[in-house]
Design a protein. Structure first.
Length: 157
């Protein structure tokens, strides 16, 4: 598979995965871009031992986790609300709220639900995260319950 085809196939999916981690449009875009730089550099080394999508999601997930670690070590100042809201005005309010709630979950839960929202099958999610398929199913169910509860608490369904 050529890089351009990979990029066109996976860009939106990886961006949404990153958005689930950060709830920040610009940072998610940067992280997705970094993911594809890594994919481009590593593509000749890809050995087809797994599905290319699984491999790309693993790279994106690791990239997101590294970014979270950086943010923990070097906390940044909060941007004024009007600047960050400007960037996200083209995102539907319910979706924006969903990204916010996802970004508040534990790191592993963020990965799992973001992959689930991308319609990645549970066996693949288990492989990416490194847990059993049964555990993946349970976690997905619990995460969905948490998100549903957060929507209810905020007066939305």
């Amino acid at each position: 598979m050529a890089f351009e085809e990979i990029y066109n196939t996976y860009w939106q999916k990886i961006f949404r995965l990153c958005m689930g981690f950060t709830n920040d449009h610009d940072l998610a875009q940067d992280m997705a871009q970094e993911t594809f730089i890594i994919v481009w550099k590593q593509l000749p080394k890809f050995r087809n031992e797994s599905n290319i999508g699984t491999w790309i999601y693993r790279i994106a997930t690791n990239n997101c986790l590294r970014q979270i670690e950086k943010q923990k070590r070097f906390p940044s100042a909060e941007m004024p609300k009007n600047i960050t809201e400007e960037k996200q005005t083209n995102i539907e309010p319910k979706i924006q709220l969903l990204y916010k709630f996802i970004s508040e979950l534990k790191e592993t839960d963020r990965i799992i639900i973001s992959l689930e929202l991308e319609n990645i099958n549970q066996a693949e999610i288990a492989s990416i995260v490194g847990i059993s398929e049964a555990n993946t199913r349970v976690k997905i169910h619990r995460i969905k319950e948490k998100l549903t509860q957060k929507f209810k608490e905020n007066g939305r369904k």
